[in-house]
Design a protein around this ligand. Structure first.
Ligand SMILES: *Cc1c(COP(=O)(O)O)cnc(C)c1O
Length: 369
């Protein structure tokens, strides 16, 4: 029986050749590849500056530090996300203030932001979840009005645009990630993008042990980290980016085929897709609305089809729930989506036959429960 994993990176010969060439060159860190990668990303996303780092979480941490946010500040963010969009605040003892999400897009509900703003609020941190853009026009209007900074977690939305403009480029600073399940990969990796020189220079220094702008090896101007992306990862990034537009189209095709095959099934809601926005899809997530999502996952696993509950809400993660005294029901829409969301296998190489098979099994499971 064929095994269907939830995600799988698309690696071709150009990727492999590139990495092998770096290995042979002996320049494994701080060579020219990470600079090439930064330039290529800046050009692709149309920003002035890009700073490549070890992973998306490190990028978010640098974004937070580079805006000068610190202990006692509050940042408004979403409870439905991967944990990093909140932990990057906790690293600096900043208080995450959650606001519930829109049911259609699963992203921060801009209408609810104003009610959460206090005198301590310094920034908004929207997440472009699953490749869907958050409502950036509305969020930027609020940010300008209340003089707040904006950090965009674009770790799941590489290639998604709003009116021709890339997610991650609306706010002061944006972060994209390249873990193997993302739209493109560097194995592990992330990048901070910005149009502000000051933010870029701070990120560069913080990434490189707090070294100064001339990268003098033994001069440390501030408390920094080693968040540098190595040359092997950067090489993979360069070759992956070259096929990103093609990979995005392939994924859109898979989404279309899933949508066609799964339409009209009771207890199953398909992802909202505004045709005017050409999403760069991160996962294909349906909603199981009969309360039996976890049973569906178990049954699919028996049929060698991996499906996942993306994501559990952040405010109910054990250590966060305890620290901030959150309880079930605090953010009902996020909790509802978290309890219904079912991510299905989604990667380049899934044929129409594979998708038909997965959908057939899903239908059979739903009918049997
Ligand atoms: C992937 C991801 C990140 C970064 O994760 P890393 O594993 O550190 O690269 C951050 N935020 C979200 C929403 C993500 O999905």
């Amino acid at each position: 029986m064929k095994v269907y994993s939830i995600a799988h990176p698309y690696i071709d010969r150009a990727d492999i050749r590139g990495v092998v060439a770096v290995m042979k060159s002996g320049a494994l860190s701080l060579g020219s590849k990470y600079l090439d990668f930064e330039q290529a990303i800046a050009k692709f996303t149309k920003v002035k500056y890009a700073c490549a780092v070890v992973n998306g979480t490190a990028g978010l941490h640098l974004a937070v530090r580079s805006l000068g946010l610190s202990e006692g500040d509050e940042v408004i963010t979403t409870p439905l996300s991967f944990i990093s969009s909140t932990t990057c605040l906790l690293f600096e003892r900043i208080k995450p203030v959650f606001v519930d999400i829109e049911e259609k897009t699963f992203t921060l509900d801009a209408d609810k932001i104003e009610g959460a703003i206090t005198t301590k609020t310094k920034a908004i941190l929207p997440v472009h979840l699953f490749g869907r853009s958050a409502n950036m026009p509305a969020i930027m209007r609020l940010a300008r009005h209340f003089k707040l900074k904006v950090i965009e977690d674009a770790c799941e939305s590489m290639g998604t645009k709003i009116d021709g403009r890339h997610t991650g480029t609306f706010g002061d600073v944006g972060v994209i990630a390249f873990y193997p399940n993302k739209q493109m990969t560097t194995a592990e990796g992330g990048i901070v993008i910005t149009n502000q020189k000051k933010i870029y220079e701070l990120c560069r220094s913080l990434r490189n042990q707090g070294r100064n702008s001339k990268d003098e090896w033994l001069v440390h101007e501030r408390l920094g980290y080693n968040y540098r992306m190595n040359e092997l990862n950067a090489s993979l990034g360069v070759t992956q980016l070259k096929k990103l537009s093609w990979m995005i189209k392939e994924k859109q095709q898979i989404v279309r085929f899933y949508n066609q095959t799964l339409s009209g099934i009771p207890d199953l809601e398909l992802p909202f897709h505004n045709e005017e926005t050409k999403y760069s899809w991160f996962v294909y997530l349906v909603r199981v609305t009969n309360g039996k999502r976890d049973l569906v996952i178990d049954e699919l696993a028996k049929r060698k089809i991996q499906a996942k509950p993306y994501f559990p809400v952040i405010h109910l993660q054990p250590f966060i729930k305890e620290k901030f005294d959150f309880k079930k029901g605090d953010f009902p829409t996020a909790e509802k989506i978290a309890s219904q969301g079912l991510a299905l296998p989604f990667y380049i190489g899934l044929s129409q036959k594979d998708i038909k098979y997965i959908c057939f099994q899903l239908k059979a499971v739903l009918a049997s429960l």
